[in-house]
Design a protein around this ligand. Structure first.
Ligand code: PEP
Length: 249
């Protein structure tokens, strides 16, 4: 039985004061729900949001981290810094980082190894572009990203990864994958993971992400291999985010 997990990716939104206002709203709406809930504010809000979450079961995540524990990497943030700021989760390989910051599978792999070693729960994002989908390359691209992320990582450790299938064409566009389209890829990912992890793949959580809204969340989350969602735009509104969390119950 996999516990659903719903995470909010706030991207480059919210000052610390705005973040507290949002998280206070979310807290009051989701208290007591049996769903693993995570918020991922910008780095500058982490400690403030951590303090605001002290009386709540909501987990704190970052949107990125460096692959080294420390060193001369100007402008970067390490896993130890995230842990000290109160994070338990970290998003890795988000398509916006792949697209705008040149992150590739080998970089995601190094970050993933570092996050697992540090004891953070990684949420690794994978997904194809519209061009790749239309060229019939979904399996090759998505499974290539999954395999690339866990390359060389021992199965026991890799079993702790949470995955987010996020078709790039559905992120921030208002276009959602249909429940059937999403389920097909999730099932493919679980089958692929079983080849690496064996039975443990049955316990691995795979979120769907890409224009999830209160109106479409229930149908997506009802699919056999969809274990919650990674939410962008709708995570910036406490009411919408809470409604999506409730859809995962
Ligand atoms: C995301 O950024 O991970 C995402 C899914 O965004 P949105 O929900 O806005 O499509």
């Amino acid at each position: 039985m996999r516990r659903p997990i719903v995470a909010g990716n706030w991207k480059m939104h919210k000052t610390a004061a705005e973040a507290v206002e949002l998280v206070e709203g979310i807290k009051s709406l989701v208290a007591g729900l049996d769903v693993e809930i995570v918020v991922c504010p910008p780095f500058t809000c982490l400690e403030t949001v951590c303090a605001a979450l002290a009386d709540s079961a909501i987990g704190l995540g970052a949107q990125n981290m460096h692959w080294e524990r420390q060193g001369a990497f100007t402008g970067e943030i390490s896993s130890d810094m995230l842990l000290a700021a109160g994070c338990s989760y970290v998003l890795l390989g988000h398509s916006e980082r792949r697209q705008f910051c040149g992150e590739d599978d080998s970089l995601v792999n190094r970050k993933l190894a570092c996050a697992l070693q540090a004891g953070l729960c990684p949420i690794v994002c994978v997904g194809e572009t519209l061009q790749e989908r239309e060229a019939g390359r979904i399996e090759e691209v998505v499974l290539g990203q999954v395999g690339g992320a866990i390359a060389g990582i021992e199965a026991g450790a890799a079993s702790a990864v949470v995955w987010a299938y996020e078709p790039v064409w559905a992120i921030g566009t208002g276009v959602t994958a249909t429940a059937a389209q999403a389920e097909e890829v999730h099932a493919m990912m679980r089958h692929f993971l079983a080849g690496h992890l064996g039975k443990a793949a049955d316990e691995v959580r795979i979120q769907y992400g890409g224009s999830v809204k209160p109106e479409n969340a229930a149908e997506l989350f009802a699919q056999a291999n969809i274990d919650g969602g990674l939410i962008g735009g709708a995570a910036l509104d406490a009411g919408q985010f809470a409604a999506i969390v409730k859809a995962a119950l």
